[in-house]
Design a protein around this ligand. Structure first.
Ligand SMILES: NC(=O)c1ccc[n+]([C@@H]2O[C@H](COP(=O)([O-])OP(=O)(O)OC[C@H]3O[C@@H](n4cnc5c(N)ncnc54)[C@H](OP(=O)(O)O)[C@@H]3O)[C@@H](O)[C@H]2O)c1
Length: 323
């Protein structure tokens, strides 16, 4: 089969012939129809993450959409979303024509959600959903601040906050294109991520109408510092990524005086049942058009160039490979 294969950590995968996945007990063989390149894939493939150094060569791709080719738990031909631990654990990933996946990581896909749209949402959407619900404990009427709101996690966080009944949703983005994506996702106000932390704090306070109850933060750094300062009493900041850097400064006075929670979240800690439930919720709302991630389809043959664009921050939208 054809696959994007990573030979050297820190470099780009090369599209070439690769052995078929074969069979294993408790595993489903999926014919892949759409697979996104996500930041986690590139973090893992860099060999510098807290997941450790993957054994090379391997096929990257921690998630995808496809059709069951062979399975003990689902009929052949079932459309599915699947997650893999490519580069984190044993086995190859989704950037290939076929992928062998543990049975409990395969979830039947709602027929109303097209393959590429489902792949673009995937685990990025799950992270946004869980950050708002399980970790952020969002209540109807509360005000939500979404950092990195033009990215995949951010677009879903904005739209999901609306689905969950947030009273006001404020988006923080860098580029004009990202601001437009956040508006399309349903943000009530969009704040430009610029200036020093005091200026940003003032703009966030203005846009939120004094304070925010829940912050969804895939960015960290200065944006998280400013967002923490505008948390309401009993506010929750949920960090799920460090797109801007690995460190942020939080004031003890802010944390104590408002009894705020600063929380971490990772999809890696989800049990299969939790992942399935979150995916089902995401796809239910995607079918009615309420959750979406802007994306571009790219042939698997062009995986190397797509990987390079994503790594350079030039993708703009989620790139979804189609074998
Ligand atoms: N914990 C988890 O389970 C989990 C799950 C999914 C993702 N994540 C993490 O969340 C982060 C975002 O993921 P994604 O899927 O949304 O990625 P994405 O679609 O590629 O978007 C990247 C986002 O990061 C922002 N960004 C990048 N560099 C930045 C910088 N220097 N300063 C400020 N903002 C910056 C971008 O802002 P603009 O749009 O304004 O350019 C954009 O919103 C990644 O770090 C990813 O690893 C974590």
């Amino acid at each position: 089969m054809r696959a994007a294969v990573l030979d050297t950590l820190g470099e780009e995968p090369v599209v070439r012939d690769h052995p078929e996945p074969g069979e294993a007990a408790g595993h489903t063989l999926v014919s892949v129809t759409a697979a996104p390149i996500v930041p986690l894939d590139q973090l893992v493939a860099s060999g510098t993450s807290y997941f450790g150094r993957p054994v090379t060569p391997y096929v990257p791709g921690t998630q995808g959409v496809g059709v069951v080719a062979r399975s003990d738990v689902l009929p052949a031909g079932t459309r599915v979303f699947f997650a893999t631990s490519a580069g984190i654990g044993a086995g190859n990933g989704s950037l290939a024509q076929r992928c062998l996946v543990p049975d409990d990581a395969v979830v039947p896909l709602d027929p109303g959600v097209p393959d590429a749209a489902a792949a673009a949402l995937g685990m990025s959407a799950v992270a946004a959903w869980m950050a708002l619900t399980e970790r952020g404990r969002l209540q109807p009427g509360e005000r939500v601040l979404v950092l990195g709101a033009g990215g995949a996690v951010g677009q879903v966080a904005v739209a999901a906050a609306k689905v969950l009944g947030a009273g006001r949703v404020v988006a923080v983005c860098r580029s004009a294109a990202a601001q437009e994506r956040a508006r399309r996702a349903g943000a009530d106000a969009v704040v430009l991520l610029a200036g020093d932390v005091d200026e940003l704090t003032a703009r966030l306070r203005d846009a939120c109408g004094s304070s925010a109850d829940v912050v969804v933060d895939p960015v960290f750094g200065v944006a998280a510092t400013a967002a923490c300062r505008v948390l309401a009493d009993r506010g929750r900041l949920v960090n799920l990524g460090g797109a801007a850097g690995d460190l942020a400064e939080f004031s003890s006075a802010v944390l104590r005086s408002r009894t705020v929670d600063v929380l971490g979240y990772t999809n890696a800690a989800l049990r299969p049942g939790q992942r399935r439930q979150a995916l089902e919720a995401v796809f239910r709302h995607a079918r009615t058009g309420r959750l979406a991630v802007a994306h571009e389809q790219v042939p698997l043959a062009d995986a190397r160039a797509a990987w390079r664009r994503q790594a350079a921050g030039q993708a703009g939208v989620r790139l979804v490979l189609t074998p």
